[in-house]
Design a protein around this ligand. Structure first.
Ligand SMILES: Cc1cc2nc3c(=O)[nH]c(=O)nc-3n(C[C@H](O)[C@H](O)[C@H](O)COP(=O)(O)O)c2cc1C
Length: 529
């Protein structure tokens, strides 16, 4: 009998890209039948949110000390801002006859498998019920109405994934990308809340079955076959100084008993030509049960101010993925590099205030162009205690030369690592033409063997880190791009790793972007005017 942990590890192994073969995916794509990136439920009442686009006073650097940001009033305008800055549109791009939307949250292939829901028991804000956020329309669809009785006025936010959206293009590996996207989405939510002086509490004790029930995702008849949504995360929004209160799941389930549900999900795609059953299988095997509440208190440490300290809301809206980098640009100033890396270490600031576990992911960094730093392969442990285990697992040839920096930082091997970085990231020049690129090395076997759902949690942590990199890159006047495509075991080979104690789960690159002048950029919400 294969255990769920073993099955999840088998999924991981079979979805590795190898230098001589990519993980299984579609042989051809019918672009006219790409899944609709905007889900709508037919037959629900719609609540339009006030026009998006308002700029907030708080600067990006202010988010380093979130407790000093004055809390905004909880009203529909500010709730709309929270949703816009987390999951809303940030621009439209046009190339010839093709037009596509970008959002504040990034997504592998811009396919956007993540859906966001509100569960509101605060009658002064919204009629108590469950709402689905439609980013295109900046509106809420009322999926359910219930009697909140004498419940505390609360606002919860749930996240789910439509695996099919991502699998349509990426086949079997897509489940990984959906988890990355959830990590990015949790991170965007945490940053957006902080801009408003609010906090996100991740209620990680909830089981997937509970989240599915509360959000109506287990109402199979409301969804088209193969286009169902898998539950991922459930959070509480704190708009005042109340303490993190944990989850009263029985009370919530009881409140939902009086729910009256509305609407059916639109069909996203004309046909499902290819099927990837392994995704439903791993989704079942990596399901999260109810668990004891875990809260991990991050230490606080002071960060230097970012060099482009813009209004946080502006910086969040201007975040983009670079498609190309200028390989001949001036090196990234050391102070910017150090600020970016410091921001990745657990700290009492967003997005870590919405994260409940100690760091499991460390970074190996291909330094190409950073002022005052020799090019080479480096390691940034996000927890110093992991260093002995990392040293033992990695190649004995590495120097582990301590580098003078405000944090623990090691040079493993100096030299030009551009070609290696590019080859390992599926031959993508974005990994070599940047200032630096990196891989995220997760403590793997231990975590997945302890609980199969930790597989997803490791990818969420990588997505969380990726979103910090995206925003910190903008705050340093440069740009980042997530890299989901890399040759897994070739990466492990370069690091000298011999087994699956550690696995690289996500790559990222940061540098001076080259704009594609052929693309036209249009405002996000002109169509609502
Ligand atoms: C998990 C993840 C993996 C990604 N992988 C790649 C990649 O391998 N190569 C690439 O060029 N872009 C990659 N991207 C960038 C996406 O294509 C980009 O986020 C998407 O097109 C939306 O554009 P935006 O980030 O500018 O909003 C990735 C993004 C995410 C979130």
């Amino acid at each position: 009998m294969t255990t769920d942990s073993e099955a999840v590890i088998q999924y991981h192994n079979r979805t590795k890209h190898q230098l001589n073969a990519y993980a299984k995916g579609p042989e051809s794509l019918d672009w006219d039948d790409q899944p609709n990136p905007f889900r709508r439920f037919n037959g629900c009442e719609t609540v339009k949110l006030p026009m998006p686009g308002a700029e907030l006073d708080c600067l990006f650097g202010d988010l380093d000390k979130p407790e000093q940001i004055a809390a905004q009033t909880l009203n529909l305008k500010n709730l709309g801002l929270l949703l816009e800055l987390s999951f809303g549109l940030s621009a439209w791009k046009q190339f010839g006859p093709d037009r596509w939307a970008l959002r504040c949250n990034p997504s592998s292939g811009n396919l956007h498998p993540t859906e966001a829901y509100l569960l509101c028991t605060d009658a002064a804000l919204l009629e108590p019920g469950v709402y689905h956020y439609v980013s295109h329309d900046h509106a809420l669809e009322r999926r359910a109405r219930f009697d909140a009785g004498d419940s505390q006025p609360e606002l919860y936010i749930g996240l789910s994934s439509i695996h099919w959206r991502e699998a349509w293009k990426y086949g079997e590996r897509a489940f990984r990308y959906c988890q990355h996207d959830i990590g990015h989405a949790l991170s965007t939510l945490s940053y957006a809340a902080a801009c408003l002086g609010w906090t996100i509490e991740l209620l990680s004790e909830a089981s997937d079955a509970e989240i599915a029930h509360w959000l109506g995702l287990d109402r199979n008849d409301d969804f088209v076959v193969h286009e169902h949504e898998a539950p991922d995360l459930f959070c509480r929004l704190h708009t005042g100084p109340q303490a993190m209160a944990g989850l009263a799941s029985d009370r919530l389930s009881q409140t939902l008993q009086s729910a009256q549900w509305f609407g059916k999900a639109d069909k996203l795609c004309g046909r499902h030509f290819y099927r990837w059953p392994v995704i439903d299988e791993v989704s079942g095997q990596a399901q999260k049960p109810a668990t004891a509440a875990e809260r991990w208190q991050e230490p606080f440490f002071e960060l230097p101010k970012p060099s482009h300290n813009l209004a946080a809301s502006r910086l969040i809206r201007q975040r983009r993925s670079a498609q190309h980098f200028n390989g001949k640009a001036e090196p990234l100033p050391l102070a910017d590099f150090q600020r970016i890396l410091s921001a990745l270490l657990p700290n009492a600031k967003p997005p870590f205030t919405a994260w409940n576990w100690p760091p499991q992911v460390h970074l190996f960094i291909f330094v190409h162009r950073v002022a005052g730093l020799e090019p080479g392969l480096y390691l940034l442990p996000r927890d110093s205690q992991a260093v002995p285990a990392l040293k033992q697992a990695c190649s004995a040839d590495f120097a582990w030369q301590a580098v003078e920096a405000p944090f623990d930082f090691y040079c493993l091997t100096p030299g030009n690592v551009r070609q290696a970085a590019k080859t390992l990231s599926c031959h993508q020049p974005i990994a070599s033409d940047s200032a630096f690129s990196l891989g995220m090395l997760a403590r793997f076997a231990d975590n997945v063997e302890t609980a199969p759902w930790h597989y997803r949690r490791l990818f969420w942590e990588c997505g969380l880190i990726g979103q910090i990199l995206y925003l910190e890159a903008e705050a340093a006047g440069v740009r980042g791009t997530g890299i989901g495509c890399f040759f897994d075991d070739a990466v492990h080979g370069v690091l000298g790793l011999k087994d699956n104690t550690w696995q690289s789960l996500y790559h990222f690159t940061v540098g001076v972007p080259l704009e594609d002048g052929r693309l036209q950029s249009l405002p996000a919400y002109e169509h609502l005017k």
